[in-house]
Write a protein that binds this ligand. Structure first.
Ligand code: ATP
Ligand code: MG
Length: 312
C-alpha cells in the first residue's frame, strides 16, 4: 500500500482511535512512528544525563470491544509510543485533556498497569521485564500520590495503621514503638500533629487527608513519586500549601516527580520540563515558560486557553 502526502497528513490529524485494524496495520503503525519520532526523540534527548527514569516507546492499550468469541476487535490506545526521561531530583509536568493518558503513563511507569510494549528503565533495570514478585522490593522506591484524598485512604484504618502498612512491608525489622515514632515523625513532616495518629480519615479535612497521603508515600523513603493531580480535588485555599509542601520535601529528600495536573500555574510552579499529551502521544515538550507562554502546537494553545489557572 502506498500512502500519498495528503493521506499521511490526514492520518496525522485523525484521532488515532478512528483507525481500524486491517492487514495494513503494521505499515500504518510504522508510518505513525516515523511521523511522531521527531517530537518523541526531542522529548527523550533534550534532557541532561543523570536520568532516574527513561521511558521508551511506551504503549498501553486497553480492550475497547470484543467479538462474540472474545477476541479483541478494537483498542483504546491510552498511551501510544511515548518516550521521555525523568532526571534525578527534577519534576516533569504532564498535561493534557481528560482521557489523554496522563494517569495511565504514571501507572505504567510504576507497573500498576502493564504496558503492551516499550521500556521503563529505572536505575538500569527495565521494569516492564520484571515479574510481580521482582517488582515488589522496588515499590519502596516508586510511590504514587492520588488525586482523591477522600477515596485513597482506607476509612476503616487509623492513620497509624495506614502509615504502618508500608513500613511493615519494607521496614519489617521495626518494632511497634519504632513504627509509632516513625509515623509521628512523618505526620510532623507533612504539617500534622502526632496526636492525629489514632484518628480515622473521616476526621480530617481534604487538605489534611492529602497530607496523610503524602506522608504514606514518604514513609518508605522513596526516590520517585507520581503525583497524579494531587491538588485537583482540594479547596483553592489549601492547594498552594500542598504544592509548596511537595516542593519542600522534594528539595529535602532529593525526590524525583512526575507531576500530573490540569492547572497551568501549578504545573509551571512545580515543573522543570513540561510534556503535553494528546490521545496517548506527546505533542509538545519543553521548558514550562516556553510550553505554557509560547506554545508551538495548536493543541497546546487550545488546551491552555481552556484551562483556568489559579495563583500559586
Ligand atoms: N483500566 C482501564 N480499562 C480500560 N480503559 C481504561 C482504563 N484506564 C484508563 N482507560 C482509558 O484510557 C484512556 C486514558 O485514561 P487516563 O485515566 O490515563 O486519562 P487521564 O489523562 O489521566 O484523564 P483525567 O485527566 O480525566 O484523569 C481513557 O480513554 C480511559 O477511558
Ligand atoms: Mg488521570
Amino acid at each position: 500500500m502506498t500512502l500519498w502526502g495528503s493521506q499521511v497528513r490526514t492520518l496525522y490529524r485523525a484521532p488515532f482511535e478512528s483507525i481500524k485494524f486491517s492487514t495494513d496495520f503494521s505499515l500504518l503503525e510504522f508510518i505513525f512512528r516515523l511521523i511522531f519520532s521527531e517530537v518523541v526523540q526531542t522529548a527523550a534527548n533534550s534532557l541532561d544525563k543523570g536520568n532516574l527514569i527513561s521511558i521508551r516507546d511506551l504503549r498501553v492499550w486497553f480492550p475497547a470491544k470484543k467479538s462474540f468469541s472474545g477476541k479483541v476487535v478494537s483498542w483504546i490506545r491510552a498511551v501510544d509510543g511515548v518516550s521521555f526521561d525523568i532526571p534525578a531530583g527534577k519534576t516533569i509536568g504532564l498535561v493534557g485533556e481528560s482521557g489523554s493518558g496522563k494517569s495511565t503513563i504514571g501507572k505504567a511507569i510504576l507497573q500498576l498497569v502493564r504496558p503492551r510494549s516499550g521500556t521503563v528503565n529505572y536505575n538500569g533495570t527495565d521494569l516492564c521485564k520484571l515479574t510481580h514478585s521482582q517488582i515488589k522490593p522496588l515499590r519502596r522506591d516508586l510511590q504514587i500520590i492520588f488525586q482523591d484524598p477522600y477515596n485513597s485512604l482506607n476509612p476503616r484504618l487509623t492513620i497509624f495503621q495506614i502509615l504502618s502498612e508500608p513500613l511493615e512491608i519494607h521496614f519489617s525489622k521495626l518494632n511497634h514503638s519504632q513504627r509509632l515514632d516513625r509515623c509521628a515523625e512523618l505526620l510532623r513532616e507533612v504539617g500534622l500533629q502526632p496526636e492525629h495518629l489514632h484518628r480515622f480519615p473521616h476526621e480530617f479535612s481534604g487538605g489534611q487527608r492529602q497530607r496523610i497521603g503524602i506522608a504514606r508515600a514518604l514513609a518508605v523513603q522513596p526516590k520517585f513519586i507520581v503525583c497524579d493531580e494531587p491538588v485537583s480535588a482540594l479547596d483553592v485555599s489549601v492547594q498552594a500549601r500542598i504544592v509548596n509542601l511537595l516542593k519542600d520535601i522534594q528539595q529535602k529528600y532529593h525526590l524525583t516527580y512526575l507531576f500530573i495536573a490540569h492547572d497551568m500555574a501549578v504545573v509551571e510552579h512545580m515543573s522543570d520540563q513540561v510534556i503535553v499529551l494528546n490521545s496517548g502521544k506527546i505533542v509538545e515538550f519543553g521548558d514550562p515558560e516556553q510550553v505554557i507562554h509560547n506554545p508551538q502546537e495548536e493543541y497546546t494553545r487550545t488546551l491552555i486557553s481552556s484551562i483556568p489557572t489559579l495563583p500559586v
